[in-house]
Each structure stands twice: as structure tokens, then as C-alpha cells.
Design a binder for this molecule. Structure first.
Ligand code: UDP
Length: 475
């Protein structure tokens, strides 16, 4: 009798660089675990992946892998980028029925057979309703920190206790009491930025306050974190949502698995922009731990005035720096100002987009000035690189507080953008308090490596996830 093929899992990330990047890594881990995977992205992301990344060639060795695309309902010339709430709104209306059709059709796996299980980003919302209607098990995946997701879980209590609403003009140092496990350090200013709207009917509050009811409806919740990093929060969260799989840091988990199979490590690129690899050559010429890497991720934008404050602060700090300035990241400008490029030459190097994981792993890098996106934070934690945090939105305000106050891995510079503060903070991280931060960063990096070693927490959680997918998949 012919053997039945392995279950086919459909993975549906949010249409953004960070989630796409980490979900591709999860896809490869599941392929290595013997599952078939259909990776579903919007047409816009599909086009960028095919143009800039090496996804197609990399997944060639997994015959069960399919890349499939679906419309987000927006015209081709829509800017998307940081207008992602418009993208999500459009997807709820236009993509939802297409997604339902795809799950119902017998060839839903893009020519690879029927979908028997779904892993979808909880931020999309509608896949859970559709999977319930169609009768296919669905695991929610989140690519934000457990800490921020836990704040989302607690939004109803924050409103009930009167701690929300407040505005950006109120005293932002007031301590928050309605997020169990975070009472010691969470202030108003550390809540997600949208909490400052002064309005409990704010669309983002509306969107995220359902987390505590939605997540427990799913078969399980998959998080890109590791137990040793967020255990106090995770134990609170398990009270509300018991079946949690912590399998991060995903980028390093995949590398460890590939190394264990003896496969040569491929040249990773899940980028939606073209990487400038010449910055690695520049780094080769710099002394150990001497360079501050500066990047605000794929979505954050700055004003020209803020950009110039950073530039003055960095140059005046006297430190070497490698700075990613995306072409679309300066509001109202399509080019990086010329005087900045000229003036950076002495100790700095500016690129459009860097191979970040390789940059953070480079021995010349001694610090990371980051917007505290969750992927960037985990990549920095894993490489033992201390951070200066300048959060932009969403989970970043929460993450930066944990970096400084809970994990002691750096300095939180939120709510300020002044050249003298930047200069002083950079000197503190790279010179004055260098040893202290390097020590704690090395300890946390070692815990991350333990979680990915033999019998490590993230390894065990991934094994359990693969077994559960096989057991619960519909045939
Ligand atoms: N990244 C990169 N090159 C860059 C800047 C960022 O490869 O020049 C990658 C980075 O490694 C991370 C992702 O883009 O995996 C950014 O995700 P994150 O969650 O940190 O922030 P977001 O872009 O979602 O705000």
C-alpha cells in the first residue's frame, strides 16, 4: 500500500519584512521536521521575495515546499510600507474570501496537495475564523515579544482599572499596575505607542484588545522567544492560554538545525531590499567591538531633523558606526542628505540595507542602536551585542524597557532625540559602561545558545509542535 504523504501546513505571515523573515525560517524548520509547507504571501511580498531574496533556490532542496501568493486587494501603486493598517483592513475584506476558497479547494496547497493545518500570524485575525468555519486546525504565531503580547492580553484590565486612557501630554512616568508580572518596571511610556491616544476606542486598542479571547481559541500559540528570556511573562500568559510553544530565536534555531544535519550553511537572504554586502568588508578592517551598528528596521521613518540629530550625536561621540538608512526612511526625502554622507566618511559607513544577522555576528560590532523591533532584538541578544533602544511603535516601547530594566542589556533612549543625549548614550554604551553591558549580553547570549542545544527548551518545544501538527492535522 502506498504511504500517505506528510501533512501539508499552510504558513501565512503578516505582509511585513520581520514576520516574513522569521516565518520563512519556521517553514524551513518544519520542512526539516518532515512536513510539507505552503508559504502564502501577498502578491506584493511575493514579487519582492522573488526579486531580492534567494528563497526559490534555497527551498529547492525541499520538494514539499510551495511558495504561493494571494491578493491583498490594493492597487499595485499603493505605498504599503508603514501604511500597513490600510493593508490589514483591505485584507479583511478582499483576502478573507480568497483564503477561504483556497482552504476549501482540494488542491489548496498550490499543486502540492490538500492543506491539513494552518499556522497564521495572529495579527491577521481572519484566518482563525476561516479555519474554524472550514474545520482545519490553526496554530497562531506571533512575531512580537511575549511581553508585548501579554500587554495586549491585559488591555481589557487596563481599561477597566482606569489606567487607560491617557495622552502623550500626561505624566508618562506613572507606573502601570494592571499587567501582572510587570508591575515593577512598566510605566505609561513603556506601553505600546497607540496607548497614548487618549481614546479607548482607538482602532489599534480595538484591534488588540481581543487577544485574550482569540489566542485561546487556536490549537496552540507559537512564539519566537525562548523560556530563559521571558519566563516570568510566559508563566503569566500560560494561565490564560495554556498551549504555548516557545521556539526562538528562530534565525539561530534554523542555523543550529542545519549545522546538526551536516548541511553546509546556505547564504541566507529573506530580504525584501537589496543587501549591501560591502559593509562586511568595511567591518573586516575595524578593531574588535569598536563599531556601533545603527538600524531602525524595515518600517520606521524619521524626520530630516531627527536624522540630523542622530548624525551629529554619532559623529560627536567619536565612535565608529555602520548606519542603515533605507531610501524610504526619511520622511519627505527620497535621498539621504549629501552632507551626511560626506561627513560620515571618517569613522562611519552608510548603507541602504545590510545583511543584519551577519553584521551583528561580526567581531567588529560592539553595540546596536536599534528601534527595538523584535527580530532585531533577538538577533542582538543571540550575538551578545548590547543595545541602545530608540523605539518607534507597537511592541518596541515594551521591548526597550525590558532590554534596559529587566535584562540589563543596554540603554533605553525612548521619547528623546537630542544630539547631546545621543552622543552621551553612545559613549556610555561603547566606552564608559562597556564592560558591564558586554558581560550581561554575553550571559544572555549563552542562555539563548543553551535553549537551542541538546534537550534545550526551544528544541523540545519545536519537537512537540511538529508532533502536535502531525497528530491534529486533518486528512
Ligand atoms: N534587517 C536586515 N537588514 C537591515 C535592517 C533590517 O536584514 O538593514 C532585518 C533584520 O535582520 C530583521 C528585520 O529586518 O530580521 C527587521 O525586523 P524587526 O522585527 O527588527 O523590525 P521591523 O522591520 O519589523 O520594524
Amino acid at each position: 500500500m502506498a504511504q500517505s504523504p506528510p501533512p501539508r501546513v499552510l504558513i501565512f505571515p503578516l505582509p511585513l519584512q520581520g514576520p516574513v523573515n522569521s516565518m520563512l525560517k519556521l517553514s524551513e524548520l518544519l520542512c526539516l521536521g518532515g512536513l510539507h509547507v505552503t508559504f502564502l504571501v501577498t502578491d506584493h511580498i511575493d514579487a519582492r521575495l522573488r526579486r531580492f531574496s534567494n528563497v526559490q533556490s534555497r527551498f529547492h532542496s525541499y520538494p514539499g515546499f510551495r511558495l504561493q501568493s494571494i491578493s491583498d486587494g490594493l492597487p499595485e501603486n499603493h505605498p504599503r510600507g508603514d501604511k500597513f493598517l490600510e493593508v490589514f483592513e483591505s485584507m479583511k475584506v478582499h483576502t478573507k474570501p480568497l483564503f477561504k476558497e483556497l482552504l476549501q479547494s482540494s488542491g489548496g496547497g498550490g499543486g502540492g496537495g490538500r492543506i491539513s493545518c494552518v499556522i497564521a500570524d495572529g495579527g491577521l485575525g481572519f484566518p482563525l475564523d476561516v479555519a474554524e468555519e472550514v474545520g482545519i486546525p490553526l496554530f497562531i504565531v506571533r512575531t512580537i515579544s511575549a511581553a508585548c503580547l501579554w500587554v495586549f492580553f491585559c488591555l481589557p484590565q487596563l481599561i477597566q482599572s482606569g489606567e487607560l486612557p491617557f495622552t502623550g501630554n500626561d505624566d508618562l512616568d506613572v507606573m502601570i499596575k494592571s499587567v501582572p508580572g510587570m508591575e515593577r518596571y512598566l510605566r505609561r511610556r513603556d506601553l505600546p505607542y497607540f496607548c497614548r491616544s487618549g481614546n479607548v476606542a482607538d482602532p489599534s486598542i480595538e484591534l488588540y484588545k481581543c487577544e485574550s479571547t482569540n489566542n485561546p481559541r487556536a490549537t496552540g500559540l507559537i512564539l519566537n522567544t525562548f523560556e530563559e528570556l521571558e519566563s516570568p511573562i510566559l508563566s503569566q500568559m500560560r494561565g490564560a492560554c495554556p498551549n504555548i510553544y516557545t521556539i526562538g530565536p528562530l534565525h539561530a534555531h534554523l542555523k543550529a538545525k542545519l549545522a546538526a544535519t551536516g548541511a553546509s550553511l546556505p547564504d541566507f537572504s529573506n530580504s525584501l531590499w537589496e543587501e549591501d554586502r560591502f559593509c562586511l568588508v568595511w567591518l573586516d578592517d575595524q578593531p574588535p567591538k569598536s563599531v556601533l551598528y545603527v538600524s531602525f528596521g524595515s518600517l520606521a521613518t524619521v524626520t530630516r531633523a531627527q536624522l540630523m540629530e542622530f548624525w551629529h550625536g554619532l559623529v560627536n561621540s567619536g565612535q565608529r558606526f555602520l548606519w542603515v538608512i533605507r531610501q524610504d526612511s526619511v520622511a519627505g526625502e527620497s535621498q539621504v542628505p549629501m552632507e551626511l554622507l560626506q561627513g560620515s566618511k571618517e569613522r562611519g559607513f552608510v548603507v541602504n540595507w545590510a545583511p543584519q544577522e551577519e553584521v551583528l555576528a561580526h567581531p567588529a560590532v560592539g553595540g546596536f542602536l536599534t528601534h527595538s523591533g523584535w527580530n532585531s532584538t533577538l538577533e542582538s541578544v543571540y550575538e551578545g551585542v548590547p543595545m541602545i533602544c530608540w523605539p518607534y511603535f507597537l511592541d518596541q516601547q515594551v521591548n526597550s524597557r525590558l532590554v534596559e530594566e529587566e535584562w540589563k542589556l543596554g540603554i533605553d533612549m525612548k521619547d528623546t532625540c537630542d544630539r547631546s543625549v545621543i552622543e552621551k548614550t553612545v559613549r556610555n554604551l561603547m566606552e564608559v559602561r562597556k564592560d558591564e553591558f558586554q558581560r550581561s549580553a554575553a550571559q544572555m547570549a549563552s542562555s539563548a545558545k543553551t535553549s537551542l542545544g541538546d534537550g534545550g527548551s526551544s528544541v523540545s518545544h519545536l519537537e512537540r509542535l511538529i508532533q502536535d501538527i502531525k497528530a491534529k492535522s486533518v486528512v
